[in-house]
Write a protein that binds this ligand. Structure first.
Ligand code: PA5
Length: 282
């Protein structure tokens, strides 16, 4: 759930030709889950009720399982059930631990011989991100200024669905504002019609990939032609050797944009008091 599920999207989208995770954000697993499946229960706090219930469901169906958490009930449950537990290091918030979760998932894939050794890839990714960090902050800061008092709506190619969703979540949780995401080409078949009558002040963010289908780029161009006079559209492209690198670079910009927006609104980007208060009321 939430921040602890975000990296699974990045694994799926970033390893396009690799194994796919079926992401379950619910109390129960899909009906077909059974002994041939591996359940990876992932919760930063280790105390998220949906994740704990889904792991119980997995174990009761005879699935194999691995738990990922920074302690909590999940670690205790893993010990009691005799399943492996991967400790996630301390982080400011679950959504800031994406790198730890991502590397853990990739490590699990490698240990299961589903992908080749990932160390060199992760090392290059880390170096790439260090190299572009200052530029990402400058881009994020400039974007935050442009987004002031607007609702950011983040659109990307289908293979960036996870990244676009994480962008929206960063605006929701860091800047504490409404934000939405969707993907091309599907949004051209329905959602864009909603901009006929503007009930909010939106700003559109198009995440571009050098690897996206050329017709998706054309769709972005046409949409800008149609809506660009009414609605500010920010088109962002990224460098790097693969979509995985682009995604992570884009998320660095998202972190800085949402952080600087939070600063502009006088809001502390870290805590998510509403989520915590909600959980207590359940
Ligand atoms: O950002 C957050 O704090 C939430 O989205 C949490 O990640 C979500 O509620 C699940 O909690 P946890 O990550 O501890 O399992």
């Amino acid at each position: 759930m939430g921040g602890s599920s975000l990296p699974a999207d990045l694994v799926n989208d970033g390893f396009g030709d690799g194994p796919r995770l079926e992401i379950v954000r619910d109390y129960r697993l899909p009906a077909a889950a059974g002994p041939r499946d591996l359940c990876i229960a992932s919760s930063y706090s280790g105390n998220t009720e949906e994740t704990l219930a889904a792991l119980d469901d997995a174990l009761s169906r005879g699935c194999r399982a691995i738990a990922l958490s920074h302690g909590g009930q999940l670690e205790a449950k893993a010990a009691a059930a005799g399943i492996p537990h991967v400790p996630i290091p301390e982080s400011i918030q679950p959504r800031c631990a994406s790198g730890y979760f991502f590397a853990s998932l990739v490590g699990i894939f490698h240990r299961l011989s589903l992908i080749p050794t990932p160390e060199a890839l992760l090392d290059r990714l880390s170096k790439h991100l260090s190299g572009v960090q200052d530029a990402c902050e400058a881009r994020g800061k400039a974007l935050a200024e442009a987004l002031r008092d607007r609702v950011p709506i983040v659109y990307g190619p289908a293979e960036f669905a996870g990244a676009a969703r994480i962008w929206k979540i960063k605006f929701n949780e860091n800047a504490k504002i409404q934000s939405f995401s969707n993907v091309f080409p599907e949004l051209n078949h329905n959602e864009m019609v909603g901009f006929t009558r503007l009930l909010i002040k939106p700003a559109l963010i198009f995440l571009e990939s050098r690897f996206m289908h050329p017709r998706v780029k054309r769709r972005m161009d046409v949409m800008e032609e149609i809506l660009g006079r009414e609605i500010p559209i920010h088109r962002l492209s990224f460098a790097g050797e693969s979509p995985l690198f682009e995604m992570f670079e884009s998320l660095a910009v998202a972190d800085y944009a949402s952080y600087h927006l939070a600063q502009a609104y006088g809001i502390d980007p870290a805590p998510v008091e509403m989520v915590e208060a909600f959980k207590k009321k359940l």
